[in-house]
Design a protein around this ligand. Structure first.
Ligand SMILES: C[S@@+](CC[C@H](N)C(=O)[O-])C[C@H]1O[C@@H](n2cnc3c(N)ncnc32)[C@H](O)[C@@H]1O
Length: 163
């Protein structure tokens, strides 16, 4: 399951207990079953992928079809979580701390992609723009930042919107 360490990469011993837990709210279906076939970052012209939302969360999809783009958060379940110094090119020369990378190997392996919403079929969203392996667990869906206007009204502390 763990990716092999490259020369010079560093791991830490992770904490023994978790600080929070989460629920997988669905599963993502993509054409990619091997990491080497997956794009490094999804593109809006990428292949259609299916985001299956589990039945208990069906009502949470109300209003989603109004958006052309969504932010998808997923759990990179096949990543290692103890890597702090990485050598992404495998060249033994260029090293980066995990937080300076968008690598899947990170303490909380959360992936995010901006996707284009193609259509909604019941509790399944058909989208383009993902970069994860087939079967990756879904952890959240949010409307695209630019298309979204707060539904709860402004707060005095909100910055003025530019027209
Ligand atoms: C570089 S990450 C970027 C993820 C996301 N777009 C982001 O920026 O947060 C994408 C890579 O993660 C790897 N990957 C995809 N799905 C994965 C999974 N379920 N578990 C572990 N690694 C995964 C693949 O190698 C893929 O090319």
């Amino acid at each position: 399951m763990h990716t092999r360490l490259r020369t010079g990469e560093r791991t830490i011993t992770p904490p023994q207990t978790a600080d929070a837990d989460l629920w997988f709210i669905g599963r993502i279906h993509t054409p990619w079953t091997a990491r080497e076939d997956c794009p490094r970052q999804g593109g809006l012209d990428g292949p259609e992928c299916r985001i299956e939302v589990f039945a208990p969360w069906q009502a949470a999809l109300e209003g989603i079809a109004a958006y052309g783009h969504l932010e998808i958060l997923y759990w990179l379940d096949r990543a290692r979580r103890d890597l702090v110094r990485q050598n992404p090119k495998s060249d033994g020369a260029h090293f980066f701390g995990t937080f300076a990378l968008r690598s899947p190997q990170r303490p909380n392996p959360i992936g995010t992609s901006q996707v284009r919403l193609i259509r909604v079929e019941g509790t399944t969203l058909i989208v383009r723009g993902l970069d994860c392996l087939d079967g990756t667990p879904l952890i959240d869906i949010k409307p695209d930042r630019c298309e979204f206007t707060p539904k709860a009204g402004a707060k005095p502390s909100d910055p003025q919107r530019q027209s």
